[in-house]
Ligand binder design. Sequence first.
Ligand SMILES: [Zn+2]
Length: 297
Amino acid sequence: MSFNEGARIDTSNVEHRSGGGGGRGPMMAGGGGLVGLIVLLIALFTGVDLSGLTTGTTPATNPNEQVAQVAQCETGADANTNVDCRVAATANSAEVFWKQTYNGSKEAFRPAKTVIYESQTQSACGTASNQVGPFYCPLDEKIYIDTSFFNILEKQFGSSTGALAQEYVVAHEYGHHIQNLYGVLGYAQQDPKGAKSGGVRVELMADCFAGMWAAHAESTPSSNGEPFLKKLTEQDIKDALSAAEAVGDDRIQEKTTGRVSPENFTHGSAAQRQNWFMTGMKANSPQQCDTFATDSL
Ligand SMILES: [Zn+2]
């Protein structure tokens, strides 16, 4: 119940795709080399290895896929009751927040698009599915998310089921878009693995940006002036931290391999991800999220 019921949700930068699952189209697009580079760069949310995508070609869009706007999402009340609307509302609130906060000199702010899909769809960075989890693709500047991922987050990763746990995921991906605008996203690609790698620093910065969004969304006005989020409760913050913890590299490694190997970290430990989210909650400027400026991650 984190959104103000009366907040207006602008869904013009959100699309919904359905019916794209299964089957590969007859047209195969080439360019595996470029896709290969980008796949490392996007350093997706769940830490799943995307390398399988790097060698093949990208299947063409499934001709049966339906693309629509999420027009049924109009208010914060919709966001509180419908998970697609929650994703759309979070992306909209992140856009408005970052439009007023982004202070990069490289180029002007431009919003990311968010694609809510069912089962499978194509991005400019390869096939999106819950096997790879939610991600941001810098080539088309879109966030890809199948909202059934939240069930995986809860059941397989052990995150809480609270709304802010889900919103944290979207805000984290939006953070990668902001990093793309700042020109720092590429550091994840140059140095993807290890406890102090560019990959880990990029991911922790995205967690910090998610924390900034969370702390400011209650004072960020939607298009009718009503702020997007209600004042965060202790439980909301616990929910977000629970998600950040659940996707920590050490937690995932323990589950999948039975041991923790920091040399293979790509996103940071559970404690680091929580700490940087909290750092973001207290930050007034994106510079306070500069994970490249410190040695103590
Ligand atoms: Zn990420």
